[in-house]
Design a protein around this ligand. Structure first.
Ligand code: CMC
Length: 423
């Protein structure tokens, strides 16, 4: 099939640009020569229409509510896989065979224990620091633990070692942040244990297979989501040649914000406030619709999904299952359900195609699993780590140029220097 061509007319002159086509026939106008040929740049604040890369990792159709990792639908992975299998899939593009999985797991297990320097830094940080800030410091500290393995030109084997390091260290980092904030001592990892069983043990000092299984599912649901804010951050940092640890620390900072991963914490705080104040769902929705309130319905809306977020559907069902399994009744789950129902019947949300996203129900499950609210976004980071790492590796493998957007300058024109000193 001949390449589709898009014609752009500027000042009576015509320029032609090829269309690049994806696996599912998604189309992007390749304007890489636009500036050189016309002197114009594209203008797209927030990159709402900009395809910044080609990627073979995750496919997302926001209109149809489809999410696939390397061709596997998210619901099948959530039901059938474990988290490390999904990490392997994102990194290699294929699900592992038994022996590939065993080798991968053993490589990750080698790094369950944290370097002493990371533990020392953790101990030195203010107790009131937000867990997301602490996690970024710990991830950056890894640069100091493996200083000879950070060069972009390092061998492929060294780069893989860094992948195992960051995936292997994550459970201990998350568990130790939790235990530091709770004033508890740090536990040694169970070196040969399953990834999530070891994590739950390091958090709580107990092995609980039900909770570990739930954890696998939650982490899988968060594992990748193509070019979102934090992943784009990781890619842009990596594009300058920065090392893996520094790049994922940056991704973690981007995830922290309330419009991104920080929304899971905000959702529970919103639901708790509704409960405490005895507000009805209708009253809360009325407040959200009043733009002067500057209040958003947290856990609702998405840049790409203009239909149900498939992760939210799974998490909603899963919340019922986990709470039942653990014999917990949380009134906040009922508030969330009636808030969702009220919103989905309201033309404000219908017209703007605003649906619950992954963050709407996830916090309710985390809470049932005993994870404190200020750790929710760290849990998101924990799940997203293989996505960040795979996207960083993909960027390197395809030798992408440094990420460097252009701008339209709107400041003052060149002018004469003036100073209050009178010279
Ligand atoms: N509550 C109320 N109104 C909303 C919401 C919301 N949650 N989300 C979007 N809108 C309105 C917005 O006010 C705007 O209305 P109008 O056309 O009248 O100006 C319209 O919908 C379009 O919103 P937008 O901000 O231009 O959309 P966006 O694609 O830039 O933002 C979003 C996407 C996720 C930042 C936004 O929907 C939001 O702030 N949601 C709440 C925060 C949240 O749950 N974030 C988690 C996102 S999913 C997980 C993740 O990526 O981390």
């Amino acid at each position: 099939m001949a390449t589709e061509i898009v014609e752009i007319k500027i000042g009576g002159k015509s320029f032609e640009y090829p269309v690049t086509v994806g696996t599912y026939d998604e189309k992007g106008i390749d304007i890489s020569k636009l500036l050189a040929q016309t002197g114009y740049v594209t203008f797209d604040i927030g990159y709402k229409n900009t395809g910044a890369t080609k990627s073979a990792i995750t496919f997302l159709d926001g209109d149809k509510g489809i999410l696939e990792y390397c061709g596997y639908p998210i619901d099948q992975l959530a039901e059938k896989s474990n988290f490390l299998e999904v990490c392997y899939l994102l990194l290699h593009g294929e699900l592992p065979t038994k022996s590939q999985f065993d080798e991968f797991e053993a490589n990750v297990q080698r790094y369950y224990e944290l370097p002493t320097e990371v533990v020392a830094v953790l101990k030195s940080l203010p107790k009131d620091m937000h867990p997301m800030g602490i996690l970024s410091v710990m991830l950056n500290t890894l640069c100091g633990c493996y200083p000879n393995d950070l060069e972009p030109s390092a061998s492929e084997a060294t780069h893989w070692e860094n992948v195992y390091r960051v995936l292997g260290h994550m459970p201990a980092m998350v568990a130790y942040i939790y235990r530091k904030k709770a004033g508890l001592s740090f536990l040694k990892p169970r070196k040969k244990a399953d990834y999530c069983e070891n994590f739950i043990y390091m958090m709580t000092g107990k092995v609980n297979k039900t909770i570990a299984k739930a954890m696998h599912t939650l982490l899988i649901l968060h594992a990748d989501h193509e070019q979102n804010c934090s992943t784009s951050t990781v890619r842009i940092i990596g594009s300058s040649g920065s090392n893996l640890f520094a790049s994922v620390a940056g991704g973690n900072n981007a995830l922290w914000g309330p419009l991104h991963g920080g929304a899971n914490q905000e959702v529970i705080e919103m639901l708790e406030e509704i409960k405490t104040l005895g507000r009805t769902p209708e009253e809360h929705i009325a407040m959200v619709k009043d733009k002067s309130s500057n209040v958003r319905l947290m856990g609702f809306g998405h840049r790409v999904y203009k239909n149900f977020d498939p992760r939210a559907k799974i998490i909603k069902r899963f919340a019922d299952v986990v709470l039942k399994d653990l014999n917990i009744s949380d009134p906040v789950l009922d508030i969330a359900k009636s808030l969702e129902k009220t919103a989905l019947e309201d033309s404000y949300f219908v017209d703007r195609k605003l649906f619950p996203n992954v963050d709407f129900y996830s916090g309710i499950i985390y809470r049932a699993l005993g994870i404190p609210v200020d750790m929710f976004t760290v849990m998101f980071s924990f799940g997203r780590m293989p996505g960040w790492v795979s996207q960083w590796r993909e960027l390197r493998a395809s030798k992408e140029p440094i990420g460097r957007p252009r701008q339209i300058y709107t400041g003052a024109k060149k002018r004469k220097y003036v100073t209050y000193r009178g010279r």
